[in-house]
Structures are given as C-alpha cells and as structure tokens.
Write a protein that binds this ligand. Sequence first.
Ligand SMILES: Nc1nc2c([nH]c(=O)n2[C@H]2C[C@H](O)[C@@H](COP(=O)(O)OP(=O)(O)OP(=O)(O)O)O2)c(=O)[nH]1
Length: 139
Amino acid sequence: MSQILTGKRLLLVAACALVDTDGRVLLAQRPEGKQLAGLWEFPGGKVEPGETPEQCLIRELQEEIGIETDIPCLAPLTFASHSYDDFHLLMPLFVCRRFRGIAQPKEGQALKWVRPKQMRDYPMPPADAPLIQFLIDLL
Ligand SMILES: Nc1nc2c([nH]c(=O)n2[C@H]2C[C@H](O)[C@@H](COP(=O)(O)OP(=O)(O)OP(=O)(O)O)O2)c(=O)[nH]1
C-alpha cells in the first residue's frame, strides 16, 4: 500500500490560457528568486481556501497582469497532474478568449503572446509539457 502513496501534499493551482484574436496564448516568465524561476508558465496561482478555481483565476489575472474576465468566459480545457519534490501539483487549465484590458507585467515578469506550435521553444515547468498539445489541437 505504501508504495502507491507518495505522502506529498496535493497543491491546487488554477491556470489560464488567455487566447488573443490571432490564436496566440499569453505566457509569463517566472521571476528570479521564485521556484522554477525563468520558466514560462500560464498565468494563475494557488487556489486559496474558500475560492473556486474560477474565482482564483479572476483574482490572479487581475493581480498579475491587469486583465479582467468573468466566470462564464473561463472554459475548462484539461489539467496537469505532476509530482514535484515537495508536493503533487493538480492544475486545471482553463481557456479564456473574452477578457478586458491589455496584459501588463504587474509583478516584474516578462510576458509573451506565443502560438501553441512555438511553445516548445519556451522552457516551461515540467508539469506544463503535456498541456501544449491540447492547445495545438484547440487552436
Ligand atoms: N501559475 C502557474 N503555476 C504553475 C504552472 N506550472 C507549474 O508547475 N506551476 C507551479 C509553480 C508553483 O509551484 C505553483 C504556482 O504557485 P504560485 O505561482 O501561486 O506561487 P509561487 O510559487 O509563485 O509562490 P508564492 O510566492 O506566490 O507563494 O504551480 C503554470 O503553468 N502556471
């Protein structure tokens, strides 16, 4: 039995593929000093107690990049389930095509609109690699 239990805590992170009218997806580069620094990720973050993943994303998109959206504009696409050394990440990935504002790096991160077929040129966290094909197929 113990062989199938990792003993790691499960961390719920909500992530969003914001899609522009050209079919490009916004990636953000994790700032220096953070875990996985320098890697390109989908905007999002940890779901706080009492929040739904959708509410978390609305908060994170506003805080991180100054983008506003609404719950009906967040469509579930797929999820990542990946073990890091100290936790197991469960990360639903939503797609959002309807949003307000112009993405601005509010936390010092670099931002880039990237076509899904080019995403493999941007080093991403290991949990994200399996998600790219879903975006290629969708867009
Ligand atoms: N937002 C986001 N996080 C991701 C992705 N892929 C991936 O492995 N993660 C991981 C990195 C972090 O361990 C966790 C997200 O946490 P976070 O961004 O809210 O927190 P953080 O590590 O910056 O730490 P904190 O200072 O905010 O507490 O999920 C992704 O595509 N987007």
